[in-house]
Design a protein around this ligand. Structure first.
Ligand code: PMP
Length: 417
């Protein structure tokens, strides 16, 4: 691929100027090459400004009708919910629950829906490529209910082996909970197909969209997913806020997860009546400013264009595979680039992944090393750790060249030892 002659789906440099941190020198004055976007993304000035503006001008607790400032804060908070609802094409804002992130969203479903619906011997179908956030809540549910956890295996090239679905989906399967995009392999899973097959077998489906919602268009109605979870901080929003989307009929039938203020209609000394959606699942003071910041991040994402982001990251990923693939010691994990999102996890012959990350850091290049909260997947791959470069639309092909040069340099350092 001759990157200089390709017409890129978007021009990263025209957006980079909005991100103050991307022009901040790191270490000994080197430019930052931020390739750790699957862990968390950076924020543009517009999001930072929305946060500052809320604190400086509109901040109060969100209790409509109490006082003028509180009305402003409530309006901004509910506007953010509306933006998210439109962003994912939910049927109504009632289906958008603010959580602290993907982890809490999945735990909410496991505790509330799980405890109410799962009985001994019922089956929950997961996959071998899940993040711990989509494994441990189900282990805990298994401890409480003695349900059975089953897993869709992965193929040698890191895709879900859907040939196994017919036997794995049984009349005991109640829930299929799957990641849309693997945070290690980058694999984009055929979620719509899995949803259709799960529904045909009588199971509902939760989609972990932590790695997909920030990078490509997400239409919950088109997917027909029953629950979808994602995190604000992976899509340029603040940390401390995330979303659980749920179909209204399911959410209405579920008992509240956390108890406290805001989630009630009425409280007596001996009992309570829960509030309507979405308040029923938002006990206590919600992440007011983070939610407003997430609304600003969504405005920004829509300006860039989700399809363009997806298409551009495809080009970056293909370019990364090609460029890094020329290094004989480099081995990427997961499928061919056309089948993955902008996540390139890899191992290097002769260098431990943590050493790779440390040596790259000397060049101002930020990548992640370790098990990336997917220990069972690494075990399946026969490794304990990997290094991971993950992209966003503000990354450039030149940064991939820098990564390749720094990896060559790391090899030279290790050969000298
Ligand atoms: N699922 C996936 C696929 C992820 O990549 C992550 C974050 N690494 C999570 C869940 C958990 O997200 P959070 O820590 O924001 O709750």
């Amino acid at each position: 691929m001759n990157i200089s002659t390709i017409r890129l789906p978007l021009e990263p440099n025209s957006w980079r100027a909005d991100f103050p941190i991307l022009s901040r020198p790191v270490r000994d004055g080197q430019p930052l090459v931020y390739l750790d976007n699957a862990a968390t993304t950076q924020r543009p000035r517009q999001v930072i400004q929305a946060i500052v503006d809320t604190y400086e001008n509109h901040y109060a607790n969100v209790h409509r009708g109490i006082h003028w400032l509180s009305d402003q804060s409530t309006d901004l908070f509910e506007d953010a919910r509306q933006k998210i609802s439109k962003f994912i094409n939910a049927n109504s804002e009632q289906e958008v629950i603010f959580t602290t992130g993907t982890t809490m969203a999945i735990n909410l479903v496991a505790r509330s829906w799980g405890d109410a619906n799962i009985r001994t011997g019922d089956e929950i179908l997961l996959t071998e490529m899940e993040h711990h956030a989509n494994l441990v809540p189900w282990h805990q549910l298994q401890e409480r209910t003695d349900c059975r956890l089953r897993h869709i295996p992965i193929t040698d090239d890191g895709q879900l082996n859907l040939a196994t679905l017919d036997t794995l989906l049984t009349d005991r399967t109640r829930l299929v909970s799957i990641t849309h995009v693997s945070n290690v392999l980058g694999t984009i899973n055929p979620v719509a197909e899995i949803v259709a097959r799960a529904h045909a077998a009588g199971a509902i489906v939760l989609v972990d969209a932590a790695q997909s919602a920030p990078h490509s268009p997400l239409d919950v109605q088109q997917l027909d997913a029953d629950f979808v979870a994602f995190s604000g901080h992976k899509m340029m929003g603040p940390s401390g806020v995330g979303v659980l989307y749920g179909k209204q009929s399911l959410l209405e039938a579920m008992p509240p997860f956390l108890g406290g203020g805001n989630m009630i209609r009425r409280v007596k000394l001996d009992r309570f009546e829960p509030a309507d959606l979405p308040a029923k699942f938002e006990a206590g003071t919600p992440p007011i400013v983070p939610a407003i910041g997430l609304g600003a991040a969504i405005d920004y994402l829509l300006q860039v264009g989700l399809q363009k982001i997806h298409d551009y990251e495809q080009v970056l990923t293909q370019y990364a595979h090609e460029t890094l693939g020329r290094i004989p010691e480099f081995h990427s994990l997961g499928p061919a680039p056309e089948r993955k999102a902008g996540i390139v996890s890899f191992t290097m012959d002769g260098i431990h992944p943590h050493d790779v990350a440390q040596l790259l850091d000397r060049h101002g290049i930020a990548v992640r090393a370790g098990h990336h909260c997917a220990m069972p997947l690494h075990k399946k791959l026969g490794i304990t750790a990997s290094s991971r470069a993950s992209f966003y639309f503000y990354n450039t092909p030149a940064e991939i060249d820098q990564l390749a040069a720094a990896l060559e340099d790391a090899l030279r350092v290790f050969r000298r030892r």
